[in-house]
Design a protein around this ligand. Sequence first.
Ligand code: T46
Length: 134
Amino acid sequence: MSIKDSKLITFPKIHDKRGNLTFIENIEHFQSKIARVYYIYDVPGGSVRGGHAHKENHEILISVAGSFDVVLGDGHQRKKYTLNRPYIGLYVPPLIWRELENFSSGSVCLVVASLVYDEKDYFRDYNEYLNEID
Ligand code: T46
């Protein structure tokens, strides 16, 4: 897997004078249905989250409020995405190292995942990760 397999996805945005609405369904890269949704919030300034890769789990990261940066790596290349729109998601395939940083005050990171939580699905040690992908 390469960071070239990551990509930004623009979701539908229903404009309305009462406010806008975005929905996520039928995700191309998820073999079955969405298995899990979680969100990261109340992040203190300067905090860095992530620092791991998944073995099989596919994810889409969305900034539903505020902004933050996602730095992806595949052992060869790194790429930084800034997420700051609630209708744009970043697709992150398995075996891609991710770090989340530069969270703005009040930001919320919503994550849609293809698998339920399983600690065994993580590479949390960077050297172990590099050995696996070589
Ligand atoms: C990712 C980034 C964007 C659970 O019990 N269930 C869950 O679904 C998740 C995601 C986490 N946890 C537990 C596991 C840890 O004890 O919550 C604690 C914090 O998890 P972690 O340190 O992995 O959190 P982040 O923000 O570093 O990473 C998370 C996801 O784990 C990861 O898949 O891509 O958000």
